[in-house]
Design a protein around this ligand. Structure first.
Ligand code: AMP
Length: 575
């Protein structure tokens, strides 16, 4: 391990985060302050230093306005969080969390940690994925792969390793802020995602909110939630969350807060059946996604072999009970729902780092990507280019025409979503291709190529067919006012962590780029030794290896990493 570059696996959760590394082919969870996971909470201490994890949680009642949790729900949204005199976006708060995880891993492993596989909800959209990789960059981490959480879980679980059985597994992931469901088939050495659905705003936090309203009502407080002070609300939320957890193991739980209203105490008992009634409508929403995922995968409940529960909120007995009732399958209880995602991330990190891991992963796109076009009736419609469920990585293209002969520029609007109507989808990018060759009599054909990489990140290229004149964009956030100014954020980080910044820390360090490319080159050279490799693949690999070697000689790190990424995709398929 000392010679090899370490790639860690990180579960950047809404409520808790964890980090792990592959050791001797097995994921090892790195303890943070003695625990397997750390609260995803950030605050400030009395000296004005940023603090993260349990110590930040401890500040909640002392510094409620400077203490932030569940920021994952706001990734890429542009929402501002203030800490002390500074203002931060969710990406920056997440960067503090990632930095702390990274430091703990470095202390434990005794090596610099610069690369990570980071998990995201399968249903995370383009801007949320980009926000996550920006957060990593701000934390001094190169995010080598964004891995979908349910996929990570299936990869870590894979019950069929070493057997010739094929199984359909439903992965139901209900965490603090997000819900994901994926249908996965697992065979001897392949974990293949068939479909994914979910909701990026549904989780344990919503249950806590329901419980708060319930308690306000049951205690006959005679005030509404808005009239509670910040501290009262925080105390109530904390008590409700603790009661919710208790109700996973007990039939009743008590909410007891002394001197809640000046001299008066708050003491309320809640029964599990009351709690179950409260959360049932919320869980019903998850069933809509479960059925949609089954439908997309072309499966019916009787085709399912196993159910994997992931995420803290699946500790609630009502979740497993409803699985048994509706699908007739008892979920696997031999899995730790809180740690399986980070374990899967470590396995994927191992695969990327060239470790011998007996599993290969095929993931899919959770969304459809389309181009907006002017339709015959004059309205705008969305023409799908990459359909939901397409295996990653994938490249698809379609041919479009300018709308009138003398047109010398065309705007390409890129949408994410399932509808044919633009208003019902997310506009995730728009760009103009100018200086088209014009003709008085003909419409110009434009090829739109969409390339979705293994991280679920999209690159769009529009090329004028007749001239080859092309414009390529890697899509970032949907509106400029929402996107993070990464350079400014990096400067802010550099000031905060001034004493720690060394050359070693710079993720733009070309030697680290080279190491990643070197690992891919080593894999490719090994692949070339195989007798079963097809001629076409052999030629493509050889030409990319040559391109990498030439770009290195020319001192062009960007070309090295572009060619290495292309090579990585090819190897992924072959492997
Ligand atoms: P995660 O995002 O997977 O860390 O899940 C965090 C969510 O799980 C939070 O809303 C927690 O309140 C919730 N949670 C954790 N443990 C339990 C439990 N035993 N019963 C019910 N909810 C829980």
């Amino acid at each position: 391990m000392s010679q090899k570059e370490i790639i860690v696996g990180i579960d950047l959760g809404t409520t808790n985060s964890s980090i792990s590394v592959l050791e001797n082919g097995k994921p090892k969870i790195i303890k943070i302050d003695g625990s397997s996971s750390m609260p995803s909470c950030v605050s400030i201490d009395d000296e004005g230093n940023i603090i993260v994890g349990q110590s930040a949680v401890n500040q909640l009642l002392v510094k409620p306005n400077d203490t932030h949790f569940s920021v994952k729900r706001h990734m890429g949204s542009g929402k501002i969080f203030s800490i002390g005199d500074e203002e931060y976006r969710a990406e920056e708060i997440s960067a503090f969390i990632l930095r702390k995880l990274r430091e703990e891993a470095q202390n434990e492993l005794g090596h610099p940690v610069k690369k990570a596989v980071i998990t995201v909800p399968a249903y995370f959209k383009e801007d949320q994925r980009l926000a996550t990789s920006n957060a990593a960059e701000l934390a001094g981490l190169d995010c080598v792969r964004l891995l979908n959480e349910p996929t990570a879980a299936a990869l870590a679980y894979n019950p069929n390793r070493g057997s010739d059985q094929n199984e359909n597994i439903l992965v139901y992931d209900l965490g603090g802020g997000t819900f994901d469901v994926s249908l996965v088939t697992s065979s001897e050495d392949l974990v293949e995602v068939k479909s994914s659905h979910g909701d990026t705003h549904l989780g344990g936090d919503d249950i806590d909110e329901l419980l708060i309203d319930f308690i306000i009502d049951k205690a006959q407080m005679l005030i509404d939630r808005e009239s509670l002070s910040t501290t009262q609300l925080l105390r109530l939320r904390r008590a409700c969350e603790a009661a919710k957890r208790k109700l996973s193991n007990q039939a009743t739980a008590e909410i007891s807060e002394e001197y809640f209203f000046n001299d008066e105490h708050l003491k309320i008992e809640i029964f599990r059946h009351e709690f179950n009634e409260l959360v049932a409508p919320l869980l019903e929403k998850t069933w809509t996604s479960v059925h949609a995922a089954l439908n997309d995968a072309g499966l019916v409940p009787s085709n399912l072999n196993k159910i994997l529960l992931v995420g803290g909120s699946t500790h609630m007995p009502i979740v497993s009970n409803s699985m048994e009732e509706r699908l007739g399958i008892t979920p696997q209880f031999d899995v730790n729902p809180d740690l399986i995602v980070t374990m899967g991330a470590a396995l994927q990190a191992g695969i990327i780092g060239g470790e011998k891991v007996e599993a290969i992963l095929v993931d899919i796109s959770a969304h459809t990507y389309s181009t907006g076009v002017l339709e015959n009736h004059g309205g705008i419609g969305c023409i799908p280019i990459i359909k939901r469920g397409s295996p990653l990585p994938c490249v698809k293209s379609d041919l479009f025409y300018t709308t009138h002969p003398a047109q010398d520029e065309v705007e390409i609007d890129v949408y994410q979503g399932e509808s044919r109507l633009p208003d019902e989808n997310d506009l995730i990018g728009a760009f103009t291709i100018e200086d088209l060759s014009t003709s008085q009599s003909e419409l110009q054909p434009i090829i739109c190529e969409y390339a979705l990489d293994l991280n679920g990140m999209l690159k769009v290229t529009a090329t004028e067919k007749n001239t080859g004149h092309a414009k390529t964009v890697t899509l970032d956030t949907r509106g400029t006012q929402q996107s993070l100014d990464l350079t400014a954020a990096k400067e802010k980080m550099a000031v905060l962590y001034e004493d720690e910044l060394t050359d070693n820390d710079s993720m733009l360090d070309s030697s680290s780029e080279n190491t990643a490319a070197d690992q891919i080159v080593a894999r490719a050279e090994k692949t070339l030794e195989s007798d079963t490799l097809g001629d076409e693949d052999r030629t493509e690999i050889t030409s990319l290896l040559e391109k990498i070697a030439t770009s290195k000689q020319q001192g062009a790190p960007e070309s090295v990493s572009a060619a290495a990424n292309q090579l990585d995709d090819i190897l992924f398929y072959i492997e």
